[in-house]
Design a protein around this ligand. Structure first.
Ligand code: LAG
Ligand code: CA
Length: 482
């Protein structure tokens, strides 16, 4: 369950948070496929409670009311069409699977597909689930449970959401039926929401009953779904991510926290010389790595001081480092803009999601941030694809916040997070030539719209990154010379 089954030469997925299926299908064909993205994490595709009293917050999608494939992102036919078109474009789909709980305790009870529920009686007729499919006696997780009591973290309710008993044969059957339907429709894997709140043994039983990936969608015979389990573990809790890493991959929340500290100026970039397991992270293949996710970018989940698109220069620096550095399996965040941390995606007065507009410079409009369409970000996805399995060599730093390194003979990257200029002759490990920096510009009509770096026969080049430059990184790679 640790292989994402990307098409060959692809390395990176993006979370298209709250996008509609039709828009994702178009995005695969017009952008993600051609630009070499490996996959997409989509928002939960199963029916959720429509929470009108709060003006349709984003988090209503974490309140399942049934496993029918109908949400504000689209219906089953649109879902099927999206998966087919994305797979055809070489881009895999990963489903955010909400299997810990069902919706509960809200003053309304109609789902996005019209299903209803009777929360007070644990009754979800559209599945159906009833009282004895949920943990008993009923209890709600309290703050200190995370320190003391793994059993309460797993068997009590997460913010009052009705807590399914995954130990039950019937519940396991309903969950695997849902996930297998998605596999048969061509998805490549799952994010397991709230994995910390489920017993590893129960998850293992569920994973073992999942189908192999669908060979009609280009997967090889016997391919197992990629699974990354959401376990927030910054250390010191009763539940550890190590209880899950033998089953499948795990979200490595320490990664984005530490990288944010570095690019925020709270830790020096030079310490990144041994970034990876030496920092207490999971093994590389076990780790789903990211700077921010849909929760911590708005102070939900673990919260913390995480860089987001709102601090663009530092954020692009951190993302460029993540994509240039070989550790982990990177995931990009693609957001809608927000001030209110509860607000849902751009929507019309009927609550329908408004599609992103695509501007002539590749960026998005209509309230969508589309970090994945920022040049400095999508061109680093291409950098990572070119760098492939190479390691890091020729690390250089100035003893503070200026660093540079090579990826074999494939690529070279430099960063300046000091408040003085970087202007130094460095080894790039690349063949002689004139290279177009993929951060400050791009190759266009045999020219380069950004900095041109001249690499000599000895592989060295003069590298300039002004403290006041628009971006703090510079990156060149094979295929970008002229
Ligand atoms: C997750 N991972 O473990 C998701 O990444 C996270 O986004 C989900 O919480 C959570 N687990 C449950 O799937 C989000 C919001 C919560 C929200 C919850 C359910 O961060 O704030 O809770 O989704 O919609 C909301 C209210 C609570 C209320 C609860 C139950 O904020 O006050 O108690 O709904 O009605
Ligand atoms: Ca639970």
């Amino acid at each position: 369950h640790k292989d994402p089954h990307y098409m060959s030469g692809r390395t990176t997925m993006v979370h298209l948070f709250e996008w509609k299926w039709d828009d994702i299908a178009a995005e695969c064909e017009r952008f993600l496929g051609p630009r070499g993205f490996g996959g997409i994490q989509i928002s939960p595709p199963n029916e959720n409670l429509a929470i009108r009293s709060r003006n349709r917050p984003w988090w209503e999608r974490y309140q399942p009311i049934s496993y029918r494939l109908v949400t504000r992102s689209g219906n089953e036919q649109q879902f099927e069409n999206m998966v087919r078109r994305c797979n055809n474009a070489g881009v895999r789909i990963y489903v955010d699977a909400i299997i810990n709980h069902m919706t509960g305790t809200w003053g309304e009870n109609v789902g996005t597909g019209g299903s209803t529920a009777d929360f007070n009686n644990w009754y979800y007729p559209a599945v159906p689930y009833g009282r004895n499919d949920f943990n008993s006696p009923q209890c709600v997780i309290q703050g200190n449970d995370y320190q003391c009591c793994a059993d309460r973290v797993r068997n009590c309710e997460l913010s009052g959401l009705k807590d399914l008993n995954q130990g039950s044969e019937y519940v396991r059957g309903k969950i695997t039926e849902y996930m297998n339907r998605l596999i048969d429709l061509g998805v490549a894997g799952f994010r397991i929401d709230a994995a910390k709140h489920m017993w590893p043994g129960d998850l293992s039983a569920i994973y073992s009953r999942l189908n192999n990936l669908n060979t009609n969608h280009g997967f090889s015979h016997g391919a197992r779904p990629y699974i990354y389990q959401e376990v927030i573990d910054l250390g010191g809790e009763a539940v550890s991510r190590n209880e899950y890493s033998s089953l499948a991959a795990v979200t490595e929340f320490k990664y984005g926290m530490e990288l944010s500290r570095c690019f925020n100026g709270q830790n020096q970039l030079r310490w990144l010389v041994n970034f990876g397991p030496n920092w207490g992270f999971l093994a590389s293949n076990d780790a789903l790595t990211f700077v921010d996710n849909h929760d911590n970018q708005r102070g939900h989940g673990a919260g913390g001081n995480i860089l987001t698109h709102k601090r663009a220069k530092q954020y692009k620096g951190a993302i460029a480092f993540m994509l240039a550095h070989p550790y982990g399996r990177p995931q990009l965040m693609s957001s809608f803009s927000f001030h209110d941390t509860e607000a849902g995606p751009p929507m019309d007065s009927n609550g329908n999601i408004i599609s992103p507009a695509i501007n002539s410079d590749n960026t998005c409009g209509n309230g969508w941030v589309c970090e994945h369409r920022w040049r400095q970000i999508y061109q680093m996805v291409a950098f990572r694809n070119v760098a492939g399995n190479t390691g890091i060599n020729d690390w250089w730093d100035n003893g503070s916040n200026q660093i540079a390194f090579c990826r074999g003979g494939q690529g070279f990257v430099a960063f300046n997070n000091d408040n003085w200029d970087l202007n130094t002759n460095l080894q790039t490990c690349l063949p002689a030539g004139r290279y177009c920096d993929v951060i400050s510009g791009e190759k266009r009509n045999n020219g380069c719209t950004g900095k041109v770096i001249t690499v000599g026969g000895d592989g060295r080049a003069q590298i300039v990154l002004g403290a006041n430059d628009y971006d703090m990184a510079l990156a060149i790679h094979r295929g970008q010379d002229s």
